[in-house]
Design a protein around this ligand. Structure first.
Ligand SMILES: [Zn+2]
Length: 259
Protein backbone atom coordinates (compact mmCIF):
# COMPACT_ATOMS: atom_id res chain seq x y z
CA UNK A 1 0.00 0.00 0.00
CA UNK A 2 1.54 3.28 -1.12
CA UNK A 3 1.50 6.39 1.06
CA UNK A 4 0.14 9.71 -0.21
CA UNK A 5 3.71 10.96 -0.60
CA UNK A 6 4.61 7.89 -2.66
CA UNK A 7 1.54 8.34 -4.88
CA UNK A 8 2.78 11.85 -5.64
CA UNK A 9 6.47 10.95 -5.99
CA UNK A 10 5.82 8.09 -8.42
CA UNK A 11 2.68 9.53 -10.06
CA UNK A 12 4.24 9.76 -13.54
CA UNK A 13 5.28 6.13 -13.62
CA UNK A 14 2.13 4.89 -11.84
CA UNK A 15 0.24 6.13 -14.91
CA UNK A 16 2.09 3.65 -17.11
CA UNK A 17 -0.08 0.58 -17.77
CA UNK A 18 2.84 -1.84 -17.31
CA UNK A 19 3.68 -0.41 -13.88
CA UNK A 20 0.72 0.82 -11.81
CA UNK A 21 0.44 0.42 -8.04
CA UNK A 22 1.24 -3.31 -7.86
CA UNK A 23 4.48 -3.07 -9.84
CA UNK A 24 5.46 0.07 -7.94
CA UNK A 25 5.08 -1.90 -4.72
CA UNK A 26 7.36 -4.57 -6.21
CA UNK A 27 9.94 -1.88 -7.01
CA UNK A 28 9.73 -0.64 -3.42
CA UNK A 29 10.33 -4.19 -2.20
CA UNK A 30 13.21 -4.86 -4.59
CA UNK A 31 16.91 -5.10 -3.76
CA UNK A 32 19.38 -4.28 -6.54
CA UNK A 33 23.18 -4.41 -6.35
CA UNK A 34 25.23 -2.00 -8.43
CA UNK A 35 28.88 -2.97 -8.75
CA UNK A 36 30.98 -0.03 -9.95
CA UNK A 37 29.99 3.61 -9.47
CA UNK A 38 31.58 5.13 -12.56
CA UNK A 39 30.08 6.23 -15.86
CA UNK A 40 27.60 3.33 -15.96
CA UNK A 41 26.85 3.11 -12.25
CA UNK A 42 26.17 6.86 -11.87
CA UNK A 43 23.04 7.11 -14.05
CA UNK A 44 21.95 3.56 -13.14
CA UNK A 45 21.98 4.33 -9.40
CA UNK A 46 20.38 7.73 -9.93
CA UNK A 47 17.42 6.39 -11.93
CA UNK A 48 16.90 3.33 -9.74
CA UNK A 49 16.85 5.40 -6.55
CA UNK A 50 14.49 7.88 -8.22
CA UNK A 51 12.17 5.09 -9.41
CA UNK A 52 11.71 3.86 -5.83
CA UNK A 53 13.85 0.74 -5.65
CA UNK A 54 13.59 -0.12 -1.96
CA UNK A 55 17.15 -1.27 -1.39
CA UNK A 56 20.28 -0.42 -3.32
CA UNK A 57 23.66 -1.88 -2.42
CA UNK A 58 26.40 0.13 -4.14
CA UNK A 59 29.93 -1.20 -4.32
CA UNK A 60 33.11 0.67 -5.30
CA UNK A 61 36.54 1.01 -3.66
CA UNK A 62 37.64 4.13 -5.55
CA UNK A 63 37.79 7.82 -4.75
CA UNK A 64 36.50 10.61 -7.01
CA UNK A 65 39.16 11.94 -9.39
CA UNK A 66 38.86 15.10 -11.46
CA UNK A 67 38.98 13.00 -14.65
CA UNK A 68 35.80 11.18 -13.52
CA UNK A 69 33.63 14.28 -13.61
CA UNK A 70 33.37 14.33 -17.42
CA UNK A 71 30.98 11.35 -17.24
CA UNK A 72 30.28 10.23 -13.65
CA UNK A 73 27.23 12.34 -12.96
CA UNK A 74 26.76 11.41 -9.29
CA UNK A 75 29.75 13.59 -8.32
CA UNK A 76 30.74 17.23 -8.45
CA UNK A 77 33.97 19.19 -7.97
CA UNK A 78 33.51 19.23 -4.18
CA UNK A 79 33.60 15.41 -4.12
CA UNK A 80 37.15 15.14 -5.49
CA UNK A 81 39.29 12.87 -3.25
CA UNK A 82 36.17 11.63 -1.40
CA UNK A 83 35.05 7.98 -1.51
CA UNK A 84 32.66 7.40 -4.40
CA UNK A 85 30.37 5.26 -2.23
CA UNK A 86 29.97 7.99 0.40
CA UNK A 87 29.48 10.78 -2.14
CA UNK A 88 26.97 8.63 -4.05
CA UNK A 89 25.07 7.66 -0.90
CA UNK A 90 24.68 11.31 0.08
CA UNK A 91 23.42 12.24 -3.38
CA UNK A 92 21.02 9.30 -3.69
CA UNK A 93 19.56 9.83 -0.21
CA UNK A 94 18.84 13.43 -1.14
CA UNK A 95 17.03 12.27 -4.28
CA UNK A 96 14.77 9.71 -2.59
CA UNK A 97 14.54 8.88 1.11
CA UNK A 98 12.40 5.80 0.22
CA UNK A 99 15.55 4.13 -1.05
CA UNK A 100 17.71 2.41 1.54
CA UNK A 101 21.34 2.67 0.42
CA UNK A 102 23.99 0.26 1.67
CA UNK A 103 27.57 1.08 0.71
CA UNK A 104 30.52 -1.27 0.40
CA UNK A 105 33.87 0.44 -0.06
CA UNK A 106 36.17 -2.43 -0.94
CA UNK A 107 36.98 -4.75 -3.80
CA UNK A 108 35.18 -7.98 -2.92
CA UNK A 109 36.58 -11.47 -3.36
CA UNK A 110 34.39 -14.34 -4.57
CA UNK A 111 33.17 -15.33 -1.09
CA UNK A 112 32.30 -11.75 -0.13
CA UNK A 113 30.60 -11.10 -3.45
CA UNK A 114 28.59 -14.32 -3.08
CA UNK A 115 27.33 -13.19 0.32
CA UNK A 116 26.16 -9.86 -1.11
CA UNK A 117 24.65 -11.10 -4.38
CA UNK A 118 22.72 -13.84 -2.55
CA UNK A 119 20.55 -11.16 -0.97
CA UNK A 120 19.76 -9.28 -4.19
CA UNK A 121 17.03 -9.63 -6.81
CA UNK A 122 19.05 -8.21 -9.71
CA UNK A 123 22.75 -7.38 -10.22
CA UNK A 124 24.04 -4.52 -12.36
CA UNK A 125 27.59 -5.05 -13.58
CA UNK A 126 28.85 -1.49 -14.03
CA UNK A 127 32.54 -2.33 -13.72
CA UNK A 128 35.14 -1.40 -16.32
CA UNK A 129 37.48 -4.38 -16.37
CA UNK A 130 37.39 -7.99 -17.51
CA UNK A 131 38.53 -9.76 -14.30
CA UNK A 132 35.72 -8.11 -12.29
CA UNK A 133 33.13 -8.94 -14.95
CA UNK A 134 34.20 -12.58 -15.11
CA UNK A 135 34.07 -12.85 -11.30
CA UNK A 136 30.62 -11.22 -11.10
CA UNK A 137 29.44 -13.59 -13.86
CA UNK A 138 30.72 -16.68 -12.02
CA UNK A 139 28.98 -15.65 -8.81
CA UNK A 140 25.70 -14.70 -10.53
CA UNK A 141 25.55 -18.00 -12.44
CA UNK A 142 26.32 -20.03 -9.30
CA UNK A 143 23.46 -18.28 -7.48
CA UNK A 144 21.10 -18.15 -10.51
CA UNK A 145 20.88 -14.36 -10.32
CA UNK A 146 20.04 -12.07 -13.22
CA UNK A 147 22.95 -9.85 -14.25
CA UNK A 148 22.51 -6.79 -16.45
CA UNK A 149 25.85 -6.10 -18.09
CA UNK A 150 26.97 -3.07 -20.09
CA UNK A 151 30.16 -1.41 -21.28
CA UNK A 152 31.28 1.55 -23.36
CA UNK A 153 34.44 2.57 -25.19
CA UNK A 154 34.78 5.74 -27.27
CA UNK A 155 31.56 6.18 -29.27
CA UNK A 156 30.51 2.56 -28.80
CA UNK A 157 28.41 0.85 -26.16
CA UNK A 158 26.87 -2.55 -25.56
CA UNK A 159 24.30 -4.04 -23.22
CA UNK A 160 22.84 -7.47 -22.51
CA UNK A 161 21.25 -9.58 -19.75
CA UNK A 162 22.50 -12.93 -18.46
CA UNK A 163 19.88 -14.88 -16.61
CA UNK A 164 18.98 -18.44 -15.64
CA UNK A 165 18.55 -20.96 -17.18
CA UNK A 166 21.31 -19.49 -19.42
CA UNK A 167 19.91 -20.87 -22.67
CA UNK A 168 21.71 -17.99 -24.38
CA UNK A 169 24.86 -18.32 -22.33
CA UNK A 170 26.67 -16.11 -19.88
CA UNK A 171 29.43 -13.51 -19.95
CA UNK A 172 32.10 -16.21 -20.13
CA UNK A 173 30.43 -17.64 -23.28
CA UNK A 174 30.73 -14.20 -24.88
CA UNK A 175 34.30 -13.57 -23.72
CA UNK A 176 35.94 -16.86 -22.74
CA UNK A 177 38.94 -16.67 -20.38
CA UNK A 178 42.14 -15.96 -22.24
CA UNK A 179 40.48 -13.66 -24.74
CA UNK A 180 40.55 -10.65 -22.51
CA UNK A 181 40.03 -7.25 -24.00
CA UNK A 182 42.40 -5.01 -22.06
CA UNK A 183 41.03 -1.72 -23.36
CA UNK A 184 39.08 0.31 -20.85
CA UNK A 185 38.26 3.95 -20.14
CA UNK A 186 41.78 4.68 -18.97
CA UNK A 187 43.45 3.39 -22.12
CA UNK A 188 40.88 3.96 -24.86
CA UNK A 189 38.73 6.89 -23.74
CA UNK A 190 34.97 7.17 -23.42
CA UNK A 191 32.33 9.81 -24.06
CA UNK A 192 29.99 10.78 -21.21
CA UNK A 193 26.71 10.63 -23.18
CA UNK A 194 27.56 7.20 -24.59
CA UNK A 195 28.45 5.53 -21.29
CA UNK A 196 25.62 7.47 -19.60
CA UNK A 197 23.10 6.08 -22.06
CA UNK A 198 24.27 2.51 -21.46
CA UNK A 199 23.99 2.99 -17.67
CA UNK A 200 20.54 4.51 -18.11
CA UNK A 201 19.49 1.47 -20.15
CA UNK A 202 20.77 -0.81 -17.36
CA UNK A 203 18.40 1.02 -14.98
CA UNK A 204 15.54 0.63 -17.49
CA UNK A 205 16.19 -3.09 -17.86
CA UNK A 206 16.41 -3.54 -14.07
CA UNK A 207 13.02 -1.83 -13.64
CA UNK A 208 11.57 -4.08 -16.36
CA UNK A 209 13.07 -7.16 -14.71
CA UNK A 210 11.53 -6.31 -11.31
CA UNK A 211 8.19 -5.60 -13.05
CA UNK A 212 8.44 -8.92 -14.93
CA UNK A 213 8.39 -7.24 -18.35
CA UNK A 214 10.19 -9.44 -20.93
CA UNK A 215 13.26 -8.03 -22.67
CA UNK A 216 14.98 -8.59 -26.01
CA UNK A 217 18.24 -8.54 -24.03
CA UNK A 218 17.37 -11.84 -22.33
CA UNK A 219 18.56 -13.52 -25.52
CA UNK A 220 20.35 -10.77 -27.46
CA UNK A 221 23.18 -8.31 -27.10
CA UNK A 222 22.69 -4.81 -28.45
CA UNK A 223 25.60 -2.77 -29.77
CA UNK A 224 25.33 1.00 -30.06
CA UNK A 225 27.38 3.16 -32.43
CA UNK A 226 27.28 6.79 -31.33
CA UNK A 227 28.85 8.04 -34.57
CA UNK A 228 25.94 7.13 -36.85
CA UNK A 229 23.40 6.44 -34.06
CA UNK A 230 22.91 2.86 -35.22
CA UNK A 231 22.04 -0.22 -33.17
CA UNK A 232 23.04 -3.77 -33.97
CA UNK A 233 21.12 -6.62 -32.36
CA UNK A 234 22.83 -10.00 -32.19
CA UNK A 235 21.44 -13.23 -30.77
CA UNK A 236 23.69 -14.74 -28.10
CA UNK A 237 24.32 -18.45 -27.87
CA UNK A 238 25.66 -20.66 -25.14
CA UNK A 239 29.07 -22.20 -25.59
CA UNK A 240 29.07 -25.95 -24.97
CA UNK A 241 32.57 -25.54 -23.56
CA UNK A 242 31.75 -22.73 -21.16
CA UNK A 243 33.25 -23.63 -17.78
CA UNK A 244 30.76 -21.38 -16.00
CA UNK A 245 27.17 -21.81 -17.22
CA UNK A 246 27.62 -25.29 -18.64
CA UNK A 247 27.62 -26.53 -15.05
CA UNK A 248 24.41 -24.71 -14.22
CA UNK A 249 21.95 -27.38 -13.01
CA UNK A 250 19.45 -26.65 -15.77
CA UNK A 251 22.05 -27.07 -18.53
CA UNK A 252 24.02 -30.13 -17.51
CA UNK A 253 23.58 -32.93 -19.96
CA UNK A 254 21.63 -31.06 -22.61
CA UNK A 255 22.81 -30.83 -26.19
CA UNK A 256 21.84 -27.35 -27.16
CA UNK A 257 23.22 -25.99 -30.42
CA UNK A 258 26.25 -23.89 -29.65
CA UNK A 259 28.48 -21.49 -31.45
ZN1 LIG B 1 28.64 -19.47 -20.19
Amino acid sequence: MLTDQQFMRYSRQLLIAEIGENRQTQLLNAHIIIIGLGGLGSPAAHYLASAGIGKLTIIDDDIVHISNLQRQTLYNSFDIDKLKTEAAQKRLRAINPDCQITIITQRLNQAQLTKQIKQADVVLDCTDNMPSRLLINRVCVSLSKTCISASAIGFHGQITIFQPPYQHGCYACLYPDGQEVTRNCQTAGVLGPVVGMMGTLQALEAIKKICQIPSLLDSHIQLFNGLDLSWQTLMRSRSRHCPVCNHHPTNEGDNETTR
